[in-house]
Every structure is written in structure tokens, then in C-alpha cells.
Design a protein around this ligand. Sequence first.
Ligand SMILES: Nc1ncnc2c1ncn2[C@@H]1O[C@H](COP(=O)(O)O)[C@@H](OP(=O)(O)O)[C@H]1O
Ligand SMILES: [Mg+2]
Length: 467
Amino acid sequence: MGCSGLRLPTWAAAAPPSPSDWDGRRPRPRPRRGAPVVRRRCSAPSSTPTPSAAAAPSHLAAGGSPRVGTAEHDWVWDCRGGGIGGGGRDYAREMEVAVRVVQAACTLCQRVQSSLLLPASASGSVYSKLDRSPVTVADWGVQAIVSWLLSDCFQDENISIVAEEDDETLSSSDGAALLESVVAAVNGCLIEAPKYGLRSPEKELKAHDILQAIRRCSSIGGPKGRFWVLDPVDGTLGFVRGDQYAVALALIEDGEVVLGVLGCPNYPMKKEWLNYHQRYYRLMSKVSPPTSGSWHKGCVMYAHRGCGQAWMQPLVHDFGKLDWRNSREVRVSTVSDPISATFCEPVEKANTSHSFTAGLAHSVGLRKQPLRVYSMVKYAAIARGDVEIFMKFARAGYKEKIWDHAAGVVIIREAGGVITDAGGRPLDFSMGVFLEGLDRGIIACSGPLLHHRIVGAVDASWNSSTL
Ligand SMILES: Nc1ncnc2c1ncn2[C@@H]1O[C@H](COP(=O)(O)O)[C@@H](OP(=O)(O)O)[C@H]1O
Ligand SMILES: [Mg+2]
């Protein structure tokens, strides 16, 4: 979508705290539930030390297949080779690539978000799209990085990507300076690709490479075949306000979401922090800085269809490296009594009816204040068991887009939750870029009991609502 060069005010007040690490806890050993055997096609360079099977995370070394290495080693994982979709449907290779790519993309976002705090730096500018929603260097930068890295990893395969941004603005004569900022941001990030186990380009990417990568994201989805779906910066308003946002990447196969990865760079490890604006978080972090060795914030969540598990690993910070041993399983909350349940919803009342959800909350007996959070971080909060319910009722006529939901849907489901439209039907990702046929709104819950009550409450109150 085109945009004007209008610079909006930036709201964020201070730089995020210095990076901190995961607290060293290991994933809980857990019997696997019928997970398929992973047949790995990737190979490590010959200098790779033989990995210890004990160090391998169970979610990627399913069925006893040894991983070919762990990310604390200095080599770059060779993710190329092998045909997409061939040799079974375990999605392990695709998931591994997707997690690494999202980690890299989150780094770019964090840098741009920090630069938004600087006075008038080029990469810190916020532009306005024709629909007046904000867009930044990060939106195009993430799209270019993800497209370039996916194509590099799946070289012989025809990668299809559906994503939010196009190259129109960057290709226009007014977009030259902006394009330059995107090129710099992308190269600055791709040079560090080895720390995520990915390959850097042999030479710095030029403007035309970036435009080409962005143009590659022009798939329009549909009912057949495979395509990736990317929301480069979901919750852009949260992003420009220095608050929550997500990088969301999913894989759709024959209309079904089969894999999802959600990068949530500002997601605090303590759920209580979710109640506060990021500014408060930054302030408190200064007063009481995170101790070294504690995983303070930022994570990547991921799951693939049918594995019955969802996972979370810490964001790779400046001096760190991706290490799969830091992944741990996430699970939805076990709370099913509405009195103890918390619901979450969009911050912006333009995006959902806060009054309708307040009425629903009252009628099903929810007593806690709603948690208002930007972006698909709300889906991550359900999967991690921090909240029990998500509700969104957009104004009549608004059509939900697949990139705003795909990654979160599969993560919630695999973590044990339920997500449907307000009529109780699954969301339909097979009809192009929109969730066609969506009945009234979206309801996600940690379990079927709460879900059933909310769907019933919607039916009971819909006709008297003004929606
Ligand atoms: N009028 C509207 N009603 C409902 N959703 C809207 C909307 N306008 C934008 N959105 C979507 O809501 C997403 C933000 O979600 P949330 O409100 O939960 O933070 C936006 O994602 P982007 O920020 O990626 O554009 C956008 O896709
Ligand atoms: Mg979005």
C-alpha cells in the first residue's frame, strides 16, 4: 500500500534496557505424543562437532533422529537442499528455518524501534499509509529479510509469500531515501545471520535486491498449494509507540495453517508486566535492572500442526546466539472458571468494540479487568497461559486479513487452546488474503468450556448490540 512521507510524532521515551539472557532453565522432559520421525535433510560442515543427543531439543529431534548440531557451535546450519513438502509432513525443517528467520527479523525490528526514539534519524521515521495506518523501515526491512532468507534456505523451491507491504512506495521517486534506509537496515541485520545459524549474503544487498525480495511477497494465497504468510510488524501502532508488536510468519498448505512462528520482542517474561505500557517497563528496568542470567523479555513462540505442543525460546540478543536448548514448552492456562479468567483484546477501540466485549464479559461472569495489548502478542499470551480469553469484534464491513491471525492460530491450537469465529467455526485461510465468511468476530480460549460460554453469550446478546 502506498504511503506519504508524513512524519508522525514518536511517543517512546527511553531506550530499552540492555540485553539479558535466559535463566538457564531447560525444557521439561515430556513424553512425545505420537510426533512423527524427523528426517533431516540438512548437513553441518565437516568441522561440526558431533552433537550430543542429550543437548538436542525434543521438538526438533523427534523420533530419536539426532540433530546435526546445536546453535552454541560456531557453524552455520546448512538449511538448503531437500524439497519442500517431500519426505513426510513433519514440517521440522520449515519450522527450524522459520524460527531462525523470525529471530533475525526481530533484531531488525528492535533496532528500528530504538531508532524511533532518536530525533529525526532516517530509519526512525514513521510514515503514514493511504489508510492512515503507520508504517516504518521495519515493515519493509522485515519483509525483505524474510523473503531473502526463505529463498536462500529453500533455494530450489518456488517460494510463495503473502505479506502486507508492497514495493510501490520504495520504488517511487519519493522513496529513494526511505529505500536507502531499508537497504542499510537489512544489510546491518543480514551480516549477523550466522548468529541465527543462517547464511549472510556473499555481498551486501543492493536496492534492486531489496525491491526484488519485497516483490517476491506478492502471492495472494488461495485454497491450493503452499505459501508463507508474513505480517512483518503486526501491531504497528504498538511498535511506533515503543510498545508490544509481533513478527508473524506462518506456512499455509492447501488452505490450512500448518506452522506458525511469532516473534514478540517486548513480551515480558513476568506476565504482570503485560499490564503496563512498555514505557513503564523501561522505567522500572532502570530502577531495578535485570540481573544477568535472567530472561527478562522477548521471545519467539512456534508450533506446527499436529504436534500437540508449542514452544518458546528467548530472543537472541546482541551478543548471543540462537541455542535450541533454551526452548521450552508453553501450554494454555488450566483456569476454566470465569471468575478467575482474564480476557484480552486490542488496545484500539477502532479495531474492536470494547463495549460489546465488556457486556459479554459481564454476562459470562468474568470479573477481572481486560488486558489490552497490541498485536498477536495476545495470541502468545493465551498460548503461554498468561490469559484465558481473546475476543475481537471489528466494526461491520472490516475484513480480517490472514497475516493478522495465521501464526497465532496454530500456536494457540497446539498449546491446547481453541480458536474460532464467533459462530464457533474454524477461521478459513483458504480464500485469499481475507478471512472470508468470518462470523461476527474472533474468539480464542484456553479451553472448550470457556469457549462454549463465550460463543453462547455472543448469540444471546448479538441482536441487541449495535454492531
Ligand atoms: N478497523 C480495524 N478493525 C479491526 N482490525 C483492524 C482495523 N484496522 C487495522 N486492523 C488490524 O488490527 C491489527 C492490529 O491488531 P491489534 O489492534 O490487535 O493491535 C492491525 O495489524 P497491523 O498493525 O499489522 O496493521 C490491522 O491489521
Ligand atoms: Mg497486522
